[in-house]
Design a protein around this ligand. Structure first.
Ligand SMILES: *Cc1c(COP(=O)(O)O)cnc(C)c1O
Length: 217
């Protein structure tokens, strides 16, 4: 599939859901993709990208940023506290805020540096052992904590369990966001972004449908 096809499908899904054109941001997930595939998407004018590892992103994006102005880079994978500063320097948004220790580290560095990326609180909507994110039952308290530290929380993020109907998780995320007064919803990937848009996604994270299958590794 191509970037344009995905953009067309997003536009159609916005329309079908009765939502304004352009209300959904497409984060092109470029993790593990060869640089020439990423460059091809940059050359088509796309500027919003997602990576799941700080180290990998630090190895490729500074060079792209010099050539292509206006890049909007999103961290969508887990963040270790000791990489917080590096992540805040490199990324425009962090979608994986999921624990008090990390929130405090971000707040401290934001104070020092006088700015902070947009933040999304990750919710472990399927309550999976191996997955990052706050549990749904702990979400309200954690969001309140983050807001009390003046963190720029824009919304929530989730990654539904692979073997479940994602719409249930998207609906749960939307409900938690609404009752906490948050408008951003980072949800939906290659296989389910249209369903996410129907349930209010503002940021879809699409990788393989744009770039092709990821090379194992
Ligand atoms: C890899 C990844 C994606 C993109 O997955 P695709 O199925 O390739 O679209 C989205 N979100 C997160 C958190 C990811 O790690």
């Amino acid at each position: 599939m191509s970037l344009q096809e995905i953009k067309d499908r997003i536009a159609q899904a916005e329309k079908d859901a009765g939502r304004a054109a352009g209300s959904v941001h497409l984060i092109a997930v470029s993790k593990v993709q060869p640089n020439e595939r990423v460059q091809a998407v940059l050359e088509q004018g796309h500027r919003c990208f997602g990576e799941n590892k700080v180290q990998e992103a630090a190895g490729k994006w500074p060079a792209f940023k010099e050539i292509f102005p206006g890049i909007d880079l999103h961290l969508i994978g887990p963040l270790q506290s000791n990489k917080t500063r590096q992540a805040m320097d490199l990324f425009d948004a962090i979608h994986s805020v999921d624990r008090p220790k990390l929130a405090k580290a971000i707040a401290r560095i934001a104070q020092e540096e006088g700015n902070c990326p947009d933040l999304f609180v990750q919710v472990n909507s399927g309550e999976e052992e191996q997955k990052a994110g706050v549990l749904p039952a702990d979400a309200d308290a954690f969001i309140a904590d983050c807001l009390s530290m003046d963190l720029p929380v824009k919304g929530l993020m989730c990654i539904p369990p692979v073997d479940e109907e994602p719409s249930l998780h998207f609906a749960l995320l939307a409900k938690i966001a609404a009752r906490n007064g948050l408008t951003g919803l980072s949800m939906g990937m290659s296989s389910d972004f249209e369903r996410a848009i129907a349930l209010g996604a503002t940021h879809v994270r699409v990788g393989s449908a744009i770039f092709g299958a990821r090379v194992a590794g």
